[in-house]
Design a protein around this ligand. Sequence first.
Ligand SMILES: NC(=O)c1ccc[n+]([C@@H]2O[C@H](COP(=O)([O-])OP(=O)(O)OC[C@H]3O[C@@H](n4cnc5c(N)ncnc54)[C@H](O)[C@@H]3O)[C@@H](O)[C@H]2O)c1
Length: 563
Amino acid sequence: MIDNNLDFDIALYPYELVTYGETGQVCQNWMQYRLIRKYLEVMTDEQTLVVMSGHPLGLFHSHKMAPRCIISNGLMVGMYDNQKDFNRAAAIGVANYGQMTAGGWMYIGPQGIVHGTFNTLLNAGRLKLGIPEDGNLAGRLFISAGLGGMSGAQGKAAEIAGAASIIAEVDDSRIETRYTQGWVSHRTSDLAEAVKIAQEHQASKQPCAVAYHGNIVDLLEYVYNNNIHVDLLSDQTSCHVPYDGGYCPQGLTFEERTRMLDEDPEQFAKLVDKTLQHHYELVCKLHDKGTYFFDYGNAFLKAVYDTGVKSICKNGENDLDGFIFPSYVEDILGPCLFDYGYGPFRWCCLSRNPEDLDKTDAAAAEYIKAHNRRYQDFDNYVWCRDAKKNKLVVGTQCRILYQDAMGRMNIALKFNEMVRNGEIGPVMLGRDHHDTGGTDSPFRETSNIKDGSNIMAEMATQCYAGNAARGMSLIALHNGGGVGIGKSINGGFGMVCDGSERVDQILRQAMLWDVMGGVARRSWARNENAMSTVREWNDTQAENGFMITEPFIADEEMIKSLL
Ligand SMILES: NC(=O)c1ccc[n+]([C@@H]2O[C@H](COP(=O)([O-])OP(=O)(O)OC[C@H]3O[C@@H](n4cnc5c(N)ncnc54)[C@H](O)[C@@H]3O)[C@@H](O)[C@H]2O)c1
């Protein structure tokens, strides 16, 4: 998995050990990498490798049911938990920015986010555009920015969801990669042409993904000035690190931006601020014309706020009550998926044999078909059924599939049985940290948690500890992730299915904990869909040892009269 993260087809800057998200590293330097590799080669199944911010502390005696590898990245003592102190710690070689699955060695290329984006766009259409449960986004226009590591998934996801889309990207080399891979269908640096292609596809209700080579702010100015209706609008530039090159100011080419970043970072930061503010103005103007804008987890709203724009805050003062535009989790992914436990389960066929992936896809689709309960299951079935046709694999033969707790456990057990029977080679299970229970991040994953606990990092920490206690093969806990240092704590896991009974036992316990810990916390925060999921769970899973604390909503009038 560590080499998959650094594969030239997958990694953003493989020579710098950066997998994605501009700065998300597998470890800090090649000496660490070589030591980690050495330890992995010689370790026994009674040892655990400990990795702290990329530094392999060594092999420690443990036992067969213990994790083989425990990773942490960038965890800082509260007083120092800020970007400035992190930069200093990174410069002296003691802190690594692991992003999520970069430092957690579970990245599977932009496919990882295609499914989430597909789900987000479809459900945004259902919630805001009146798309029926069995419908898609045919005839609708989606605009966004970024065709990098993760953002590169946007065009493809929009196409699978049936939409016409235009994605702005300043770096032509990124466009070249996505075009060659077939993840965008058209490319142009002419604004009028980009819009014309999209409108033709809207008219014929055919999907398309147009890469516009240029700045998102130029594109938004054009559509606003020409009165072009945008149904869905988002952004996936690397706004979690806007001043480190993540966000390109208007008026600079990609090459000029790179030079200025090196030669005059202060002037660069000023231009970033100016463009972010103008970007925000255009979003507001389009919103007033009926566009649905959502922050797609790249800290765009926070970056605008950090330039000094207070009007972006719900309370007009500070970010404590969130922002006037929703994060995609707050409005869409949280209530429609995470609150039920649906999240980004994924697997990698370690044989690298495409036939193994076909067999696992078929097994997963069969399971979903037999357990089709909600519209989310229908979406997941369609996704899995068409996954091969959509050519989503980059690097090792991996798949992502949103599933709830039971779905994840049962599909995992099925894969382990298939390994046991010799039908397929070993499979590494995992997930994105961006999940129901894996991440505490008030502007993203936990943005639909409204009981005040969204500033706590205990869910992600408990999730990580619980996965370790139940014996997942690899567990990781990080600071930062997709939103920046001090803004999230996130964790993930890896689990090798070797066909053994030992693995069955771990899967039965850990897969359910990994998801239901998150649903339980969401339920305690009084999220309706999480409450009903927990109620059903308590009714059906008591004999399997579950007893989750449920909230009972007090009568408002009674409380008022008591006060
Ligand atoms: N929502 C999620 O699930 C999720 C998942 C992963 C990453 N993210 C976040 O999304 C962001 C993007 O991630 P990534 O891995 O694609 O990063 P990336 O740095 O690889 O890609 C961002 C792209 O945006 C382009 N860009 C920057 N400024 C631009 C501008 N003004 N106009 C047009 N293009 C511009 C860059 O050239 C780059 O190619 C990050 O902040 C990341 O943390 C969100």
